[in-house]
Design a protein around this ligand. Sequence first.
Ligand code: FE2
Length: 126
Amino acid sequence: MHYIDSNVKRATDDLRDDHKIVKRLRNIAKKCSDNIYAGHDIPFDDIKNIIVVIEEFIDRCHHSKEECAYFPTTKGNDPTMDEEARALIIEHEFGRRIARFIDKSFGHYRENKDAREPRAFPESIR
Ligand SMILES: [Fe+2]
């Protein structure tokens, strides 16, 4: 007999709950970015905390659930979903590179190589 325990959280519900946190963090990061572009100072520790949450929660926890469990489990069920999963894996890698870039820029800032906190998208990569 096969049954589902109603007290056990489904994996897809867990991913949906993660997405609520990810969207909340996105809104916070966007507000910080808008403030930086407007010329306001953002406390270094606030930005560093955002980076830590991106690296630890979003990438190591959430993206790992998707890449190591969800995508492999659903692979082959629906060609459209397979294509979306492939696009998301590329997007995840792009996010990792952005996080590394921001972290590297903060390292430069700490070493006083920049006169001001770095902008999210410097002129050189626009
Ligand atoms: Fe996700």
